[in-house]
Design a protein around this ligand. Structure first.
Ligand SMILES: [Zn+2]
Length: 105
C-alpha cells in the first residue's frame, strides 16, 4: 500500500491533531502566538518581556516582574481596572468595561 507523503505541520496547533475543531484551534493559535512573541517592557522599554507564569510577566533585560493578563501582558480590561482603581467615575468605567468586553468577542 502506498501512503501519501505527510506534509509536516508547523505552528502552535501541530500538537493538537484533528482534535477540538477548527474554530477552537484557530483561536488557540491566535492566543499562543500572542503569548509566545516578546513583549515590550513597561519599565525599560526593551522588547524582552516573557511570561513567567499565568498572569506574571518578567523582563529579561531589567528583571522587572509585573502582573498582567493570562496570555498578554496588558489587557483592555486590566487598563480599565487600573483606571477604576485610580478613581475614575463609575459610569465611565462601566462604559469602558462594556467596550472592552465587546471587543473580546
Ligand atoms: Zn525591562
Amino acid at each position: 500500500m502506498k501512503t501519501l507523503p505527510k506534509t509536516k505541520k508547523v505552528g502552535p496547533s501541530r500538537g493538537l491533531g484533528p482534535r477540538y475543531g477548527s474554530t477552537v484551534r484557530k483561536r488557540y493559535v491566535k492566543v499562543i502566538t500572542e503569548l509566545k512573541k516578546p513583549h515590550r517592557c513597561p519599565q525599560c522599554g526593551f522588547v524582552r518581556v516573557k511570561r513567567e507564569s499565568v498572569g506574571v510577566w518578567k523582563c529579561s533585560k531589567c528583571n522587572y516582574t509585573f502582573t498582567g493578563g493570562a496570555y498578554t501582558p496588558v489587557t483592555k480590561l486590566g487598563v480599565v481596572a487600573k483606571r477604576a482603581a485610580k478613581g475614575a467615575p463609575i459610569e465611565e468605567t462601566a462604559k469602558a468595561v462594556a467596550a472592552a468586553e465587546e471587543e473580546n468577542e
